[in-house]
Design a protein around this ligand. Sequence first.
Ligand SMILES: [Cu+2]
Length: 305
Amino acid sequence: MAAAPGLYRNGRSLTSDWRMVRGDGSVTRRLVGLAVFFMTAFGGVAVASEPKPWQLGFQPAASPTMERITDFHDGLLWVIFVIAAFVLGVMAYACLRFRESKNPTPSRTTHNTLLELVWTAVPVIILVAIAIPSIKLIYSADRIEDADMTLKAIGHQWYWTYEYPDHGNFTFDANMLSVDDLKDTSKRMMETDERIVLPVGKKIRLLITADDVLHNWAVPSFGIKLDAVPGKLNETWVQINKPGVYYCFCSELCGTNHSYMPIAVEAVSEDEFKAWVEKAKKKFARVDEPARDEAVKVARRRAGN
Ligand SMILES: [Cu+2]
């Protein structure tokens, strides 16, 4: 489990604890107080955005990009609705108005220049009107100029490695938790042994690549789904709006254990993030250090000292 400052109890597990001991008044009171404290203090750290049964639409947006994607999607639905209703109306009108009994001698008209111009121009105008905000959105999601920090994700068969280059350049692997290691609040096949911890409200540059085959780093509520390509560094960014844990999976078929390399992101306040970084620096290896030490050892061995 990641070393983020004690955040792993949520309201549900406390409720079940409370049910077991409610015979004792003082314990009950204390536990209820504790539950209220935890829910107030860490309530937001439970799963922030997740799919729900019978859900329609996207998971709740947790980044400016996803908010824009959601708005754009909702706007497009109206465009589709108006076009579909118009076409259906025209077809219904034609079927009724020009049916054989009502219109026994059909017109032999084959061309109408104005009509043909209109039915060519109007769809073009609609497509251009859709393309402009769509391209703007693609560019805004593409990269960020003034990032506050960088996170690098490297896909492997079948786990992710993360690097924090601006925070001591430490690195760690995130493997899926096996069923035996699941905690009562963990999500099966979605939880990792080490979560990515990121600060809320900061602009975070994401660099994504792979070590072996194509993978894909995706988090729906951030509006991110980006290929991890060996030998290529893909870039995007995220600014997380609200604290919580966000889950997803590798989203590119990458081999036998493709479905066993989840992504778990824990968004915390800036202070909590700083505290986590201090712990993480001690707990995890530096990207450059082991190689440098090794190089020094090899050089010393060669030199015989
Ligand atoms: Cu993969």
